[in-house]
Design a protein. Sequence first.
Length: 336
Amino acid sequence: MVSFQQHIKDTFDNAIQHKRCHFFENEIFIKEDHGIKYQINYVPSLAKKAVPSTIHESSDKLRSVHQDKPINPFLCPDPALVVKEVDNYRILLNKFCIIPHHLLIVTKEFQEQSQPLLPPDLLIAWRTMEEAYAKPGVIFYNCGEDSGASQRHKHVQLIPVSDQGVQPPIQEMLNKIDDPKHGEVYSLNELPFVHVLLMLDPRALKSKDDGVVEEYLGQMYFGLLDSMFHQIRLADPSQLQGKKPSYNFIMTDRFMMLVPRRSETGVLTSAQGNELTLSMNSMSFAGYLLAKTEEERDTLQNTPDLMAFLQQLGFDRPDPAVDQSTVATTDAPLAS
């Protein structure tokens, strides 16, 4: 019987061969900043094509030639991109990818991308990642209009990671947490924007009982979500009035992380004096950045403080004097 890993590879190779899936070659540049070795993916071909403008996204906000409505590629996906169907979900190849075997988990029925993840969403994402890659990859979800999501149809994404250095890059900073406790919510002093994270218990994740894993992941996620809303209230309570929050979700076999978003884009000034507006999604906070032009690549490489750029996308950390009990260090958990 063919393994799931092999099935993904075969489906990907067949889709590439028949031009139903498009892989864009890219160069990788490493920039170290604040202890994180950011991976800058330089993909010049993206600048010439009507394809995704954000790293690792599934599809840009493409519009048909004769219609003003955005195309939804997930309701009736190309059969060549379908890897597997499981209950209420389809597992698809990313049609436009810069990483081979980039997967999307989409709901069969339309659900809004602004909705939070549900325990079944988390379970299928985890089980898929367990089977899909030789070693654990990264799960991410761009929730809401300012998160960098390019499709309104609910979809979770998975990518494999390379063997180059610590992966994902943000893990390097998480490794500095002194004696982390599973399930406790942390915030890192080194990150100037609001975020919450927790370490996952490998014993719970290794359970063969889907009910146990689903309940555990749901508890961790919604506990983290509550802590995130608490931090937003401290940073800027107006953001919780009259609009649905946007945030980025990142998960590996070791941690979950949420970063609330104020803006989809940030601005950097190039050496030529041009203001570059760059759209970013979850993967930016995991340490992966995308450049489509030489000017973007050089600007990201030469920017003295990438943290300040990412800070434009999120919320400034609340003043510790406001509520000292909610501001964590790398060796103390957040109060929720």
